[in-house]
Design a protein around this ligand. Structure first.
Ligand code: ACO
Length: 470
């Protein structure tokens, strides 16, 4: 295990957390953070620190971090900026390993000196800092929600790193509603010490994270080369998906006044992402669509993709999207075609897209999926469905999950696109809950597989480069 990993365990798997500035008053940030830590069921010890209180939310409060009769791994600081440096000094003396500095009023408003002093103090005592100017950190495997965001988080294997506070908080709620499971949410703020690359490096080794998602506004000046180097290593281990905001001229200006980062020329960022294997998404929806695919399904071993559908129209749309996004559709052999023919009515089509027709029932899908999983010609499967009166979407979803689980050892990714009304959304939820990435359109399923293929190709290229160097 690397030194970085050991140090950052104090951030993600602390044994004890002090909340400095834990407030007695509901609605205040220091109150909400403490309440979220308690209510989400943090597994370690919790120490509120507030000189004016003896007890907060059922936990004994201490006048200062130095009065806590125990080791403190992580200190969340939520007191006004002018008091932070003294408290950081006390944390250093106490042997705290990592500071989560919620407080605003540092570099982002031109108070660079205080920010530099904060980093100096941390260096002096060997502490790491997340922030300042952040909404906190959550790590679901530790049942740690040290944020002033929503109290609930859905557990899963997607790590989400956000350089925007408000968007990060909003997406905590959105991902919950969308059934997107997270391993972590990390607010980056001013990145006075820890930055996006280092946190990603931790997740590359984290057994609870399969895919890393990042909302990025900009890197600190002079850190571009290091970003590429680190992210190449991270990408070799796990997919990284980034939304880089501030693409447009006006957007870049907005970034400058938001986090004070250098949005930079978009082409420079684009080139850096390409070099490091980072997958660039353009919308939040796209980022989490792709992340879901990586979180639930294996990385493709090959390129040959089959589409199985009950609707010609969605099959054609998926075919167009496949060509546009770079998903190679396989041309089935005569042998495969004759096996597929047995799964459909005589007027169906065993070509790719495989059209089971609007008359298809659960059995037709199950049989066709069995053929696809068992065929050496097929590497990846996209299953599509249009709501028909004949086939209940939830019944189909249950059958898909069963077949996919039965063939999990084959390592073939399966993604689904279902189109229809309310009951189709229920089926989509069921599939996602059962680790089949499912989307309400064929294009979103294809786009997600295309991204998995892009990642596969990059990884193979990088591995070859490593082998040739060795
Ligand atoms: N040690 C421990 N506790 C202390 C200390 C100290 N040295 N000094 C004061 N306290 C207590 C206070 O008594 C108070 O408790 P009480 O409410 O029970 O009396 C509590 O700590 C908080 O102190 P306040 O002075 O009331 O500070 P306030 O809560 O008003 O503000 C805060 C503190 C929230 C950190 C504020 O300064 C700040 O920075 N707010 C912005 C935070 C933010 O937005 N971060 C970026 C998020 S990202 C986004 O965009 C959403």
């Amino acid at each position: 295990m690397s030194i970085l990993h050991e140090k950052l365990d104090a951030l993600f798997k602390p044994r004890s957390v002090a909340v400095i500035g834990a407030s007695r008053k509901p609605g205040k940030i220091g109150y909400t953070i403490l309440k979220n830590i308690i209510d989400y069921g943090f597994k370690g010890k919790i120490y509120p620190v507030n000189p004016a209180a003896t007890e907060i939310l059922g936990h004994k409060a201490y006048p200062s971090v130095l009065d806590i009769p125990d080791e403190v791994d992580m200190a969340v600081i939520a007191i006004p900026a002018d008091k932070v440096l003294d408290v950081a000094e006390q944390c250093g003396k106490k042997g705290v390993k990592v500071l989560v500095v919620i407080t605003s009023g540092f570099g982002e408003v031109g108070n660079k000196e205080a920010e530099e002093k904060l980093v100096e103090i941390a260096r002096k005592y060997g502490m790491r800092i997340l922030g300042p100017n952040i909404f906190g950190i959550a790590y679901t495997p530790s049942r740690l929600n040290a944020t002033f965001g929503p109290p609930e988080l859905r557990e899963g294997s997607i790590a989400f790193i956000s350089q925007s506070g408000a968007l990060g908080i909003a997406l905590m709620g959105w991902t919950y509603m969308e059934e997107i499971g997270l391993s972590a949410v990390v607010s980056m703020g001013n990145m006075a010490d820890l930055d996006v690359a280092e946190v990603s490096e931790y997740f590359a080794e984290d057994e609870n994270t399969r895919v890393i998602t990042i909302y990025l506004e900009g890197l600190k000046p002079g850190t571009g080369k290091r970003f590429i180097e680190i992210m190449r290593k991270v990408s070799l281990k796990k997919p990284v998906i980034v939304i880089k905001a501030g693409r447009s001229k006006r957007g870049a200006m907005a970034v400058a006044s938001h986090t004070g980062s250098l949005a930079g020329a978009d082409q420079v960022y684009d080139a850096a992402f390409k070099q490091s294997g980072v997958l660039r998404a353009y919308t939040v929806e796209e980022m989490f669509d792709w992340a879901r695919a990586f979180a639930y399904q294996p990385v493709p071993k090959g390129e040959r993709t089959i589409i199985i559908t009950n609707g010609g129209g969605v099959g054609v749309l998926a075919t167009d999207a496949a060509e546009e996004y770079g998903v190679p559709l396989l041309v089935p052999s005569e042998e495969l075609k004759s096996k597929l023919r047995e799964t459909m009515p005589w007027f169906g089509s065993p070509r790719n897209p495989v059209d089971l027709t609007g008359q298809a029932g659960v059995e037709n899908y199950v049989k066709a999926l069995e053929v696809a999983y068992n065929s050496d010609e097929v590497d990846n499967i996209i299953v599509l469905y249009c709501r028909t009166a004949i086939l209940d979407p939830l019944e189909l979803a249950k059958a898909i999950v069963e077949v996919a689980n039965k063939h999990a050892d084959k390592g073939k990714p399966l993604l689904a696109g279902l189109v229809g009304g309310r009951d189709v959304y229920e089926a989509i939820r069921y599939l996602n809950r059962n680790k089949i990435p499912a989307y309400p359109s064929p294009e979103r399923a294809v786009s997600s597989l295309a991204t998995m293929l892009r990642y596969k190709r990059f990884r193979e290229k990088l591995l070859k480069e490593h082998e040739s160097k060795a």
